[in-house]
Every structure is written in C-alpha cells, then in structure tokens.
Design a protein around this ligand. Sequence first.
Ligand SMILES: [Zn+2]
Length: 433
Amino acid sequence: MTYPDVLEPIERATRAELDAHQEAALTAITRHAFENAPLVRQQWDAAGLAPSAIKSLADFVAKAPLIDKDDVRRFRDTHNDPSGGMSKLLPGETMSIGTTSGTTGDPTPVPSWIVAPSEIGYSRDIWHIGARPGDFLTHMLFTFRGGHRRRGNAQIGISEICYSIAPEEVARAVDGSLRFRPTVWSMCSTPVLLMLEGYFEKTGVDPIDVFSSYKGAIFGGEPLSGRLKALTDSWGFEMFETTSLGDVAGATECRMHDGFHAYEDIAFIEAIDPVTREPVADGEIGELVVTTLVDRMTPLIRYATGDLAIIDRRPCGCGRNHARFKVMGRASDQILVNGRSILPREIMGLVEVHSETRGALFQIVRTEREMATLRLRVGYDTARLSCTADALRLRLHDQITGALGVPLAVELIDEQELLKLGPPHKIPRVTKA
Ligand SMILES: [Zn+2]
C-alpha cells in the first residue's frame, strides 16, 4: 500500500492559492469573532471598526486591532470569564478544555471543538515525519492546549502508546519501543532526553536499538540544545522541533530543519516592530502576530505573541509553500547588559558543556530590562561534581563572561531545587528574583 506524501491537498497549495484562501478565510473568521468573542467585539468597537470594513489582506493588516495575552487575562479577571472574552462557550460546542503550560504566567484554559487546530497541524507533522496507518506512536503526555486528547492520530490510523513525563516512565517507554517498534515519538523535551540519557548510562541498554524503528520525534518546550542535538543524532533519533504558534496552533519543523512551518490554511502570520507596532517585512526580526483561520472556539484575531521571529514565505525544500519562521526568543525575556542584547538561548550552549551542568538548567535573574551585570542561577548535578562547588562556579563564570563580554554574577544551586521552581519538568528561563 502506498500513501500520498502529504496528508492533505492544501499542503501542496501554491503561494497564490494560499493568499486567496487566507483572504477569504480572514473575512469569515473576523466576522465570526466579532459576533462570538466579547473581547474582540470590545476591541473593535473601541477602534470604531466593523468587520465589513475589512475587504482585503491589506485592509486587515492596516486596520484590525492587536490583542495580547494581557488583554485576554484582564478580560478574564474583570468579567470572571475563563475564556478571557474569546468564546461564548455555547453548550454542546465545547468538546474539551485543556490549559496552556503557564511557563510565563498562570495557565490559561483553552476550550476546543471536535478537532483542535493544533491537532490538524500535528497530524500533518506526524505524517510528514513518516508515520502511516497501522503504525504506533509513543505519546508522552505534555501540558499543552487540548490536554491529552489526541483524536487526530486516531483519525489517521495511528495507535498511541501513552506515558506521562516522569522519570519512572522512561523504562516503560523504552520497553514499549522495543516491543511495538513505533515510528514517531511525541513529545520529546529537554527533561525527557536527560532522563533517557541517564537511563541508558545506568542500564547499558543500547539506544540505537531502542530508536531503530523511529522516523523522528517531535521535540518541544524550548529550543533543542547543541549537546542534545548531537546526543540524539548519535542515537539515530531525529528531532523535529515544534513551538506554539501563539496559542492558535503548533508549528513544527519539516525535514529541512530550516524554521517552523505555520500552516497557512490554519493561521495567518505577520511580524510587527515590538515598539512601534508597525508591520515589518518578511526576513526581518519582529514580534510574531497570529490570526486563527479555523478556530471557532477561540478566534484570536491579530494576537501579538510576544515571540521575536523572522518570517520566510519562500518555497521550502520539503515541497510545501506554507510559511516558515524562526523564533529568536521572547520579547519579554530579552535583557540588555551594558547595551548588549542577551536571550536565554545564548546561555544554554555555554552552560551545558560542563559535565556538572549538562542539563542546561539555568535562569536569568532579570529585575530590569537593562542591567549592569548579568545574573545567572545555574543548577548542577551534585552527583557529577568533580571539584568544589566554588571551583565550578568560577569555571562557569570565566567561560560565560569571556564568551558574552559582559559583567556576570553566577549563583549555583542543586538542580533538584531549581526544578521545584517551575511547573513539572520545566523551569522559567527568566525570573524576577
Ligand atoms: Zn518545509
């Protein structure tokens, strides 16, 4: 049996077809949002704007008001509305409620309809990686919108073997991999890879055998570090990074590994200058702004994500014309030390090269956007310490300050203590204290 190389025909659309599709879909979803999402109605009324005034993509970009996470939270708190003014929650329409992970604030409830938009995207990603009907998929449950419900996989004939993200589950997932020989693992994350690495070191089980049936893994939560990329390459286990597309869907790399694909029939994406809020051209860094084209439950319209990104709408080597984007970091994570811009992803590669801190568990302590000294809190594995803690601290200090060229203060902490500061198995990379 041979299957098509893409799951859905729209994945093969030309640029002109995508543009026409988006223009029509934007008009319709904007009208729906205005009628059903009280926050959108409030913002548009305040701007003196009606959906009928939007006649083209250019009109939309020039006129539609921006919404951000603070607007949603404020509406939620002032109106006691769990959806933050994004949905009327019609009885019988809400099929499930998940939550966001809450890394940068309190978790936000996310209602969804029969199939969540993120599931449409993940089904295509999993198909692209190579899973086909009859295959097994290792599913490690991840706190993400839509919760644990993944009807999308069942609909394309793929059976999930489910585990939670916990150290004791790693042995079961390895065992399940050897017994059922799944083709895709979703989701992988930094903590999952660290648990697997520790498991293989302790047991002597051969990772190349364990992962021999896998065509890839979806990796999310934060950027894949250089060390973990090399480690998974050595296992023959290909990582496909994924990120949230501003809460309207997910966006995952294709096998070209050259940016996250935003499916343009699911979302319209643009970038704006974070300060002036004016549009920036493709290829330039700006704050990512997303509009859902399909989500009737949470019709986010021009949602400013806080992510700094570069958009590329040129055709991709994978054969698809859907836009790609690279994420540079979160605008709110950026810190200026003596005028030099620093984002957490720069620190990751510097911390993980030391044996004791190979988990790259660190936080930037950011009390102001501009600071005279970079303050880092770094977690270390007490069992791997080969010198005094102070010697390790000095080693980290000299290497990081040498690489970044800014004054630095390093605080060391047992990584188990550091892990307690965040949601399970994930720590905020930037903290105020
Ligand atoms: Zn591609």
